[in-house]
Design a protein around this ligand. Structure first.
Ligand code: DP6
Length: 328
C-alpha cells in the first residue's frame, strides 16, 4: 500500500456450526430459518485491516482478500448497511488475509465479515455492543453473526443476532481436528446452495421443522459437556442438511471420496471406544470433534487413512477482537 495510515486491524475466527444454519427466513437479510449452535475455531484466523479511502466523488469501497480485489455485490450491500447503521459517510478500504484457504468450506465468510464489521466500526469510532456487531456482520453472511462471539455461540431461528452460550473455557478438553481433504474452492456457495434447496427440495420444510429439537438436544449436551450426546445431535444436523442438498433439483454434493472415507473412519473409531464425531459444511472438508486425550489417536488414524489430508488441531477460540496497535 502507498499510505502510511495504519488503519484499524481486527482478528476473527471462523465459527464451526455443530448444529447448522441452512436456509433463510423471510423478513430480513440472512435471517436464519433454523437455529444454529457453533464454536469459534482458535486455530483459524482472519486478519482484516480497514482504512479510510481517500475521498473522491468516484471512490467505491475496496476489499482485497490475500491481495485479490473482490467484486462481489455482497460487499457493496454490506458497506451500504454499515454506513447507515453507523451514520458514517466514509468509504472503506479493507485488506484481509486468512491463515487457511478461502471459500473451501472453512467458513471464511463468517470470520471475514465479523472482522470487517469490527474494524469498520472502530475506524468510525462507533463502539457497538456485541449484539449490534453481530447483526451488522449478519448482513454480510449469516454465519458471521456467530463469529463475532467467542466460545460456544447460538443463533436462534429468525433472530437478527447471535448470542454467547458459553465462554471459550467452558469445555477445556474439547478439540476439533480440521481435516482438509481438498484445497479447491467450492463450486456452489452456501448462499446459492441453501436457496436452491429451499426452492427445490421436498425435504426442506421437514429440515426446518425438525431443526429446533436437534438444536435443543445439542445445547443441553454442551451444557453438560456430553460429547456423545452432542455428537449424535451434530451428526443428525449435518446429515439432514446434506439430505436437503441431495434431494434438491438438480441435486448437488460437496462430498469427495476422501470426505466419505473420514465419515466411515469416525464411525470405526467410535466403535472402538474413541470419541470422534464428524461434521461437514458447504465443502469437502471434515471437522472431527473429540477430546484432547484422543487427539493423537484420531490424528494418526486420519493420517493413515488419507496420506494427503492436512490435519489441524483447534481449541475453542475467542471472540472477534482488535489487534494490538502497531504495524500490520
Ligand atoms: C453450512 O453463512 O455462508 O456453513 O448467510 O448466505 O452468507 P450466507 O451463508 P453462510 O452459510 C453457512 C452455512 C453452513 C452452516 C453454518 O455455518 O451454520
Amino acid at each position: 500500500m502507498t499510505h502510511g495510515d495504519p488503519g484499524v486491524t481486527a482478528l476473527a475466527s471462523p465459527n464451526l456450526a455443530l448444529v447448522k444454519y441452512w436456509g433463510k427466513a423471510p423478513g430480513g437479510v440472512n435471517l436464519p430459518a433454523t437455529p444454529s449452535l457453533g464454536i469459534s475455531l482458535a486455530a483459524l484466523e482472519t486478519r482484516t485491516v480497514v482504512r479510510r479511502l481517500a475521498a473522491t466523488s468516484q471512490s467505491n469501497d475496496r476489499v482485497e482478500i490475500a491481495g485479490e480485489p473482490q467484486r462481489s455485490s455482497r460487499f457493496e450491500d454490506f458497506f451500504e448497511n454499515i454506513r447507515s447503521e453507523l451514520g458514517a459517510e466514509i468509504r472503506f478500504d479493507a485488506q484481509s488475509r486468512n491463515n487457511f484457504p478461502t471459500a473451501a468450506g472453512l467458513a471464511s465468510s463468517a470470520s471475514g465479515f465479523a472482522a470487517l464489521s469490527l474494524a469498520c466500526a472502530e475506524l468510525c469510532e462507533c463502539p457497538l455492543s456485541p449484539a449490534k456487531l453481530s447483526a451488522i456482520a449478519r448482513v454480510g453472511s449469516g454465519s458471521a453473526a456467530r463469529s463475532v462471539f467467542g466460545g460456544f455461540v447460538v443463533f436462534p431461528a429468525g433472530s437478527p443476532a447471535a448470542e454467547s452460550f458459553a465462554p471459550p473455557d467452558h469445555w477445556p478438553e474439547l478439540r476439533v481436528l480440521i481435516c482438509r481433504v481438498s484445497e479447491s474452492e467450492k463450486a456452489i456457495s452456501s448462499r446459492a446452495g441453501m436457496e436452491h434447496t429451499r426452492r427445490t427440495s421436498p425435504f426442506y420444510e421437514n429440515w426446518v421443522t425438525d431443526a429446533e429439537s436437534v438444536y435443543n438436544r445439542a445445547c443441553r449436551a454442551v451444557e453438560q459437556r456430553d460429547l456423545e450426546g452432542l455428537g449424535e445431535a451434530m451428526r443428525e444436523s449435518y446429515l439432514r442438511m446434506f439430505a436437503t442438498m441431495i434431494s434438491a433439483g438438480p441435486p448437488f454434493l460437496y462430498w469427495q471420496p476422501e470426505s466419505v472415507a473420514l465419515i466411515h473412519l469416525c464411525e470405526r473409531l467410535r466403535r472402538n471406544g474413541i470419541a470422534a464425531w464428524e461434521t461437514m459444511d458447504a465443502g469437502p472438508q471434515v471437522k472431527i470433534l473429540t477430546l484432547s486425550s484422543y487427539v493423537p489417536m484420531v490424528r494418526a488414524a486420519v493420517e493413515q487413512e488419507l496420506t494427503t489430508a492436512h490435519v489441524l488441531e483447534s481449541e475453542v477460540g475467542l471472540a472477534t477482537r482488535l489487534a494490538e496497535r502497531g504495524p500490520s
